[in-house]
Design a protein around this ligand. Structure first.
Ligand code: 6CS
Length: 340
């Protein structure tokens, strides 16, 4: 409990709420919905967030985690945080139906080739606290707190793909957003949407032939067991937004808001290191436990996909309008500044 009362006031038995004093933070539990299972990047983030919140509020705040599956499907998690049934959640590829502007993170080839640089750009005050970005969430009863890249998106396939021609007709599962479907159509593939928890059986039954995940997810969801190739094109990172319910966030005291902000800033480097480590270790697990083939595209091969991805930026602007266009331009400017 955080009490700071003046000696005189304490002697008089009076509570003082003035300059230099703070009220105790009430004991409270925050429910945090995850799109991923225990052991994932989101889980590690949420667990550390909970530990730091608990420490920095002297035990007043407890964070309760709900890994993927406990609250239903992915969109059930977003509904729960929008309605205030839970206070916190991660949202990524399926969030496009709720926050269309969040599909910005689904665009391919818009960030740099360096993961740490991208993490810093996305969590800069300039981006994370940009009015358009914040409003895109707040207009949907949400409040964005941090942007969390979780590693390169890697294609799990039954055959090697090095060129858009190789992708021709491949039934690839994407997360549920139009930007991703348009991107994979542009690459020549045949995209289809499916819930995260249904991918394994979809692959096993041949309903889909490929899916796109960071390495850690290919491993922990066992997708690699039913795929023959992992193709590294470094076309995009998997990016999730850590968000709270808007009214809940607005109701926090300034002191708590400051503590939350301090924790998310401290977690930027922490979670970057964790995701790099998890993705590296899990690739070792995959290659030790299977004879899956790894394919890495050359710069020239990547360029063919990059060119095909460019018109999808116009689709993004068409879909989300001026606010989306300003956000896309902001991101491109920040990337350019880092590349200079
Ligand atoms: O592909 C998906 O649906 C899920 N993949 C990851 C790595 N996290 C959450 C997301 O919904």
């Amino acid at each position: 409990m955080r009490w700071q009362t003046g000696v005189c006031a304490a002697a008089l038995g009076l509570a003082v709420f003035g300059v230099g004093t703070a009220q105790a933070i009430e004991n409270q539990t925050w429910r945090f919905g995850l799109e991923e299972i225990e052991g994932s990047v989101q889980y590690e983030y949420a667990a550390r967030f909970g530990e730091l919140m608990n420490e920095r509020t002297d035990g007043a705040v407890t964070v309760q985690l709900f890994p993927y599956g406990q609250l239903g499907g992915l969109t059930d998690i977003y509904d729960a945080v929008q309605s205030g049934a839970i206070q916190l959640a991660f949202g990524s590829g399926f969030l496009g139906g709720t926050v269309p502007e969040s599909q910005l993170f689904s665009l391919n080839f818009i960030l740099t080739d360096d993961e740490w640089t991208n993490t810093q750009i996305l969590n800069s005050e300039e981006f994370r606290k940009n009015e358009d970005f914040v409003d895109a969430f707040r207009n949907r009863d949400l409040h964005p707190l941090a942007v969390v890249p979780e590693g390169w998106q890697v294609w799990g396939l039954q055959q090697p793909v090095r060129t858009p021609e190789d992708f021709s007709g491949i039934a690839i599962r994407t997360m549920d957003n139009r930007l991703l479907r348009e991107t994979y159509q542009a690459y020549g593939a045949d995209p289809t949407t499916m819930e995260y928890g249904e991918i394994y059986s979809g692959l096993q039954l041949g309903q889909i032939e490929g899916n796109i995940q960071p390495v850690f997810a290919h491993e922990e969801m066992s997708f690699y067991e039913v795929q023959d190739y992992l193709v590294f094109a470094n076309q995009a990172q998997f990016i999730a937004t850590f968000m709270g319910n808007r009214d809940w966030y607005d109701g926090l005291s300034d002191e708590l808001k400051e503590i939350v902000d301090g924790v998310v800033v401290d977690l930027v480097e922490y979670i970057h290191d964790v995701q790099v480590q998890l993705n590296t270790e899990r690739l070792d697990v995959i290659t030790s436990n299977s004879d899956i083939q790894l394919v890495e595209l050359t710069a020239e091969e990547r360029e063919a996909f990059r060119e095909l991805s460019l018109p999808v930026r116009d689709t993004f602007v068409e879909m989300v309008g001026e606010r989306g266009e300003r956000l896309l331009n902001l991101l491109l400017e920040l990337v350019e500044e880092h590349e200079d």
